[in-house]
Design a protein around this ligand. Structure first.
Ligand SMILES: Cc1cc2nc3c(=O)[nH]c(=O)nc-3n(C[C@H](O)[C@H](O)[C@H](O)COP(=O)(O)OP(=O)(O)OC[C@H]3O[C@@H](n4cnc5c(N)ncnc54)[C@H](O)[C@@H]3O)c2cc1C
Length: 428
């Protein structure tokens, strides 16, 4: 059933999420046919939003999907607006309207996941997506992979791309089970209809309320029709890493007891919240085995504190398609090249995303002030041009607690700077 490119390998992509469909779309753009096998009977994303950072927007533009995304998205004027938990005081923010496009070549958007998925899907030939195919087994027969699906169906492929998410069957078969450990944190997510949301939450702004042990992010999506909430809190004994697990508004609210009333009113207006346990997984050092490789959350599940998981899946797809296009006569070599280009970047993001869980959940005090100060343009400049003796207590803390390596990492990775792309992607 897997499509065969004229005189080329049969390419199967397991999983029709943002990563798998992006891979099919970028391959199609290179003139390479691939078949996506998705377990769900129809393509759908959960009712939740996500941030589309400039690095993802750049790839979506190449794909021809950005105009479609923009029709349903919100272009942010303000990003990383950090507010204090108890009174909403703004600790720092970035003026994206003034700087984002100039610095990073694209704007930052927020979108409903379903709209992003639909825009990417529109770039994939309909016949390349096979729904209702849950993979239940994989075998390597000679140089080809046999995929076994529920209900006794099967397919063969010369190249297999595992894009089946955090609970991937492909990853476990290829590189062994990737043990997940309990992080102690979970995410609540919910949508609030715009007419029930206060004006401050309807602004084209990504706002992060930070406080002891918790933080909550909100931004408008669906061309402003909804406000998306995503909040992080201690998980207790909740351990379900699933998009379908739910919580109650009361449980969500209880986590933010005592926070600014404007925020708790916003939570009260939410529909049924989803709940997702954040599990820890160490970065993989290898994604490729012969003609099979991994992509997106399958390859590099990361904490969502930089809003980069889907963006990295889209970047993976762009690089993978380019590598296969350049090396279609030797797919294993092309896949190794893809892996070598991508692993350093995604490993870095997995690592720093992990670190932010501490920074976003600090109690009030100088360490929290210092952490948010580092995110401001002034803070970044100060870090770059550290001048001991000319700093107040907060700044001293910033300089004293950062090693030169950490400074490099922070200036490279905080805020919009995060959005710089690998040289491999720039070359396009
Ligand atoms: C709370 C939260 C907020 C986030 N916010 C952002 C954000 O703002 N910006 C951002 O860029 N990222 C964000 N992310 C990360 C982002 O959601 C993921 O990185 C992204 O969805 C990964 O896409 P994927 O295609 O790799 O995996 P998935 O979306 O998990 O897709 C996997 C697909 O494979 C299918 N599948 C699974 N098993 C099988 C099987 N056996 N057979 C056939 N099909 C199968 C599934 O049905 C699914 O369609 C966030 C994540 C969380 C948890």
């Amino acid at each position: 059933m897997t499509e065969r490119t004229t005189a080329g390998p049969r390419i199967a992509i397991l999983g029709g999420g943002i990563g798998g469909l992006s891979a099919a779309a970028f391959l199609h753009r290179e003139g390479i046919a691939a078949t996506v096998y998705e377990q769900a009977p129809r393509l759908a994303e959960v009712g939740a939003g996500l941030v589309i950072a400039p690095n993802a927007a750049r790839q979506l533009r190449k794909l021809g999907a950005l105009d479609d995304v923009r029709r349903h998205a919100v272009q942010l004027d303000t990003g990383w607006e950090f507010r204090r938990w108890a009174d909403g005081r703004v600790l720092s923010s970035e003026d994206l309207a003034a700087t984002c496009e100039r610095l990073y070549g694209e704007h930052t958007y927020t979108a409903h996941r379903a709209d992003l998925l639909a825009a990417i899907r529109s770039q994939v030939p309909a016949e390349s997506v096979v729904l209702g195919h849950k993979c239940v087994g994989l075998e390597l027969i000679g140089d080809a992979w046999r995929l076994r699906f529920a209900a006794g169906r099967s397919a063969e492929a010369d190249v297999l791309i595992g894009a089946d998410g955090v609970h991937s069957a492909v990853r476990d078969t290829m590189v062994g089970a990737s043990p997940a450990t309990y992080s102690g944190l979970c995410a609540f997510r919910a949508l609030v209809p715009a007419e029930r949301a206060p004006e401050f939450a309807r602004r084209p702004a990504q706002t992060l309320w930070i406080g002891p042990g918790h933080h909550l992010v909100h931004y408008p999506v669906s061309a402003g029709a909804y406000v998306n909430l995503v909040a992080f809190a201690p998980a207790g004994d909740f351990a379900s890493e699933s998009w379908t697990a739910t919580a109650t508004v009361e449980e969500f609210l209880a986590e933010f007891h005592g926070w600014d009333e404007r925020l708790t009113d916003l939570i009260r207006a939410a529909g049924t919240p989803g709940r997702w346990a954040l599990l820890d997984r160490a970065p993989l050092t290898r994604w490729t085995e012969g003609g099979a490789t991994l992509l997106g959350d399958t390859a590099h599940p990361m904490f969502p504190f930089f809003g980069q998981g889907a963006a990295q899946a889209i970047e993976d797809a762009a690089v993978l398609a380019r590598c296969l296009s350049d090396g279609l006569d030797d797919p294993p070599e092309a896949l190794r090249r893809y892996e070598n280009l991508r692993i350093p970047r995604t490993t870095r993001l997995q690592t720093v995303s992990h670190g932010r869980s501490h920074i976003n959940h600090l109690p009030d005090g100088p360490e929290q002030e210092a952490a948010t100060f580092r995110l401001t343009p002034t803070g970044r400049t100060a870090i770059e041009q550290a001048a001991p003796g000319h700093v107040d207590a907060v700044r001293r803390l910033v300089f004293d607690t950062l090693t030169p390596d950490q400074v490099t990492q922070l200036t490279d990775l905080t805020g919009g700077l995060l959005t710089h792309l690998d040289d491999s992607l720039r070359a396009d």
